[in-house]
Design a protein around this ligand. Structure first.
Ligand code: AMP
Length: 249
């Protein structure tokens, strides 16, 4: 079985995000960029399925500017076999990404596509379900455990009230949750080997997709600064403050 793993290049999770001075978006110039953490979990899961003999090939796909090739290289160093870069300077929104991934899926015919549950830059959490809808495939979102048994897939999902287990028929879409696994670090020999693995570059037009944004971002703001807290001397004082000042009880 072939597994497709979309990997998004995002602002590194350790970086304190800054809004651009003109309020049009988040500053990315001169900022450390890395693979979306949920996509690292996706690559790890695919590699584990390959190690178990369930998967035969792992294809890492990234969509965006030319530098997304670095994100693909990271996936290749973790164990993916080859990469596809869909290169564009257009600001890609989830529907465009889902359409481009659907076109790649039609061409590549994977048995499984493992996406992150969300990209930590704009927290859309939309691409996986949109892709499942476009392809008409089953989906197991927010996966914390995955087992493949022949043509069936069992996915344990993290839902509000606890855990839900669903079985899906392949081909299917999974989106990863934090507890699915702990991604490995790429070893130096594997980083070297990854340099020789192939990355194919295509443009959205080659896939017959117009990626023009359909949503307009009106404004991006910093969240309001948190007010300093106060220490209270007693429970009675706390209750009085909640009642008279905060007026929440
Ligand atoms: P989102 O719906 O934007 O929160 O993203 C969910 C998941 O879709 C990510 O974790 C990735 O697996 C995939 N994805 C979204 N945008 C891209 C992109 N530009 N390149 C590769 N994968 C993407």
């Amino acid at each position: 079985m072939k597994i497709l793993v979309p990997v998004k290049r995002v602002v590194d999770y350790n970086v304190k995000v800054r809004v651009k001075s003109d309020g049009t978006g988040v500053e990315t110039a001169g900022v450390k960029m890395s693979m979306n953490p949920f996509d690292e979990i996706g690559v790890e899961e695919a590699v584990r399925l390959k190690e178990k003999g369930v998967a035969t090939e792992i294809v890492a796909v990234s969509l965006g500017v030319a530098a997304c090739a670095e994100t693909i290289r990271t996936a290749l160093a973790m164990g993916a076999d080859r990469g596809i870069l869909v290169e564009t300077d257009v600001d890609l929104q989830p529907l465009a990404v889902a359409k481009l991934l659907a076109a790649i899926a039609v061409k590549e015919q994977p048995g499984l596509i493992i996406l992150g549950k969300q990209a930590i830059d704009d927290d859309m959490s939309a691409t996986g379900p949109m892709l499942a809808a476009l392809l008409g495939w089953a989906q197991g979102t927010f996966a914390s455990k995955v087992t493949v048994d022949g043509a069936n897939l069992t996915v344990t999902r993290e839902v509000d009230g606890g855990l839900e287990t669903v079985t899906l028929t392949l081909p299917a879409i999974i989106t990863t949750d934090l507890r699915l696994n702990e991604p490995r670090y790429a070893s130096l020999p594997n980083i070297m080997k990854a340099r020789k693995k192939p990355i194919e570059t295509v443009k959205p037009a080659d896939l017959g997709v117009d990626p023009t944004p359909r949503l307009t971002v009106i404004k991006v703001d910093e969240p309001p600064k948190r007010q300093a807290g106060v220490k209270v001397g007693s429970v009675a004082e706390l209750v009085a403050k909640l009642k008279n000042e905060a007026k929440v009880i």
